[in-house]
Design a protein around this ligand. Structure first.
Ligand code: SAH
Length: 230
């Protein structure tokens, strides 16, 4: 299949911006971003910019997706947990690079759309659920551990303890840290032992907030839901 020329243009831009990992570039090439944005924004899908996806959320700028994926240093044996499925784009990119992606989204309407996209694109190694990702993947204590965790919403202060606990020793988590309206930094936590984490600051970023709990189904208006597919 010949890729869309606009994807090729995006890949060239990402290379120029310093994304050098060819497996990451190829995963981005395989992922049709136009599929993950509302119809109204499809013409902008391959520009290097964030796009609104409804319910006040955004799909990150492709450079940030590529950068986070590259800095997560994944391989084909990894199981990866993502918090903040949103459109599903980041999960889809990761699905080409790892064994299995687990992804959690607190907005059920967004999760349902993302699952539909995974299904239609034949991405069978993604398991998605609606829930509060700050609590980690629901499983008996000690049962689920991940090689990598990627959080795509910003936490204030320290990362959720449940996430640090679900990381394997030797594993890494990337998470934006900082309050809204203030400088946020992408941070990488490497779990060196059950108690010791090495923390690195990677890049100043701007993300929507990581919020607790799950909104009630009846908290969405007709207008909210229309926005998702308009
Ligand atoms: N990775 C997404 C971008 C997501 S924007 C993509 O590729 O499109 C961040 C998402 O995190 C939003 O959809 C928001 O609803 C979600 N989110 C915020 N707090 C959360 C939580 N505690 N658990 C799960 N999802 C959360």
């Amino acid at each position: 299949m010949t890729p869309d020329p606009s994807i090729i243009r995006l890949i060239i831009q990402l290379r120029q911006a310093g994304i050098t990992d060819t497996s990451v570039l190829s995963a981005i090439e395989k992922t049709p971003r136009d599929y993950f944005v509302p119809p109204h924004f499809q013409v902008h899908a391959y520009e290097d910019q964030a796009v609104p996806i409804g319910l006040g959320q955004t799909i990150s700028q492709p450079y940030i997706v590529a950068y986070m994926t590259q800095e997560l240093k994944v391989d084909k044996t990894h199981s990866v947990l993502e918090i903040g499925t949103g459109s599903g784009y980041q999960a889809a990119v990761l699905s080409h690079l790892v064994r299995r992606v687990y992804t959690i989204e607190r907005h059920k309407p967004l999760l349902e759309l993302a699952e539909k996209r995974f299904h239609e694109l034949g991405l069978r190694n993604i398991t998605a659920m609606a829930g509060d990702g700050m609590k980690g993947w629901p499983a008996a204590v000690g049962e689920m551990k991940f090689d990598r965790i990627i959080v795509t919403a910003a936490c204030e202060g320290e990362p959720p303890v449940a996430l640090l606990a679900q990381l394997k020793v030797g594993g890494m988590m990337i998470i934006p840290v900082g309050a809204q309206g203030q400088t946020q930094f992408l941070k990488r936590y490497k779990k060196e032992s059950e108690e010791v984490f090495a923390v690195q600051e990677l890049l100043p970023v701007r993300f929507v907030p990581l919020l607790p709990d799950v909104p009630r189904n009846n908290s969405y208006t007709e207008h909210d839901l229309e926005e998702l597919t308009a």
